[in-house]
Design a protein around this ligand. Sequence first.
Ligand code: ADP
Length: 577
Amino acid sequence: MKELWSNLKFAWNYAKDQKKRIFFYILCNIISIIISIFVPILSARVIVDLTSNKFQQVIYISIVIFLVEIVRNLTRYFASKNSQVVYRETFSKIQYSLGSEILKLENKCVDNNSSGVFIQRLTNDTSKIAEIFNVLNRYLGNIITNIGIFSAIYLINKTAFCYLLVMVLILYLVEHKKVSEFYKKDKVFREKNEKVSGFIGELVRGMRDIKMLDAEESFMAELDTRIIDLNKQRYAMSSVDRNYGLLRDCLIDFLDTGMIFLLIYLVVKNDLAIANALVIHNYMGRVTSIVNWVSLLMEKVKDFNLSSTRIFEIINGDEFKKESFGQKHITKINGDFEFFNVTFSYNEEKKILDDISFKVNANETVAFVGKSGAGKSTIFSLLCKMYDIDSGKITIDGIDIKELDRKTIRGNITIINQNPYIFNLSIRDNLRLVKEDLTEKEMIKACKMACLHEFVEKLPNGYDTIIGEGGVSLSGGQRQRLAIARAFVQKTEIILFDEATSALDNETQASIQKAIENLQKDYTILIIAHRLSTIINSDRILFIDEGKIKAQGTHQQLLKNNKEYKQLYEAELKKDN
Ligand code: ADP
């Protein structure tokens, strides 16, 4: 009960804007309940009057019943309309709030969870929280209506009432048992469902690679195994439903028959008039439905509690850690930064950066070279505070990045990697994402610098062409050029190129190289390039190996002083020839 109360308080935060509608909705329900209690009493009156030939009375009562039923229909209509609006508004609020909390999660936490964890919670669980107020209104309304009928039976005959009470209690215990068994199974089902959703997400994203690898069969076999497993769990849940359903229905039939015997006994004993026995019998169906409503309510409340817990886990839980930032805000940084004895690992098994120290001055162009997996991209991620370091310190403009706010760090650094994500928007809107007030002139200039303008001009809708999810309708090179154009539009003080031109042909690479060189001296530029020939003009080159800086200097200095760098360069020259 305590859990339900705190979860309701949580859900109320998202629904309280709709309190007028909720109030109106409750009012409609109360009217409907009152009518539901009185109509059967009036109907009973009709039967009694009919048996005593009071036809005029019957006509009056029938007209009253008709009018009251019309009112009930109207209250139902308005209750339904308002409940749908309350649901819609609450649902979108919770989804928005959860979506923004997910975006605040630490990257380590995102890496460790499948996308299904977030998709399921954003869709299913939020929906279950949003519907709780309507569920309470509707189900409690139905229960109260039936409780009203209970009191009517109490007034008619106490023995029949006691019998019904025992009957409802037995049915309630059965339902209670069913709901707790169902809940346990549902918890496991949702965990499995997250895994299947995550896997389906991968299937959709990796569809091209699956086809190219000719891995359709093994992928489908894996999906099949997971779906079969999920369906077994679903079946286990429905078994609980079915088994307890059978038990409940048989019990109801048994108790129903018992009630008929009891009514006959009471009539024979002259403890009950036939008309009253008929009224009680009329009510029977609605009395048993009280158990259904209570059971459905219990299921919905458990569902709601489970969904709330799963959403709480993301919003407040220890398991889902949020990124932390400082308070200091600098609108435009100078662009120098320094790593002081930085050590970092993604997980406890392996140190990725080991006591690294270096400084980059504002407007300097520095290249990072080294074998794949040496830790170069990790340095970029740490500078953007995508991950928190284990020890040491990173400063931007002399200030520890732990003290800087999110906008100062992310708004002043652009990272362009080899596989940039392009959104399913037009080219213009993809560029506008980073600068809302982008002018046509700025956009064309950036695209010209990124060698993209000519290509865009040939597209049927030019800059307004929609380029598909993940930029599917673009080649790898075009995607990279669009990402570079995005960076040229954004023009932050620090620009990180992480293998950003790897998918380009030599000619385009050379033109972009030139565009990057034009940015040099005005911006701090860091480059990771697998082709050393593209970075030989950098002010400085850092040679990284196994998470350490093995050497640094200009290209000429490294050629002279570092054997490994020299070997790397010569190997590349050989490959080119
Ligand atoms: P480089 O850019 O030099 O090729 P990276 O910095 O990308 O190397 O990776 C360094 C090491 O960190 C690699 O061994 C890689 O497997 C590991 N790594 C990179 N990203 C992650 C991640 N998100 N989670 C766990 N390990 C990672």
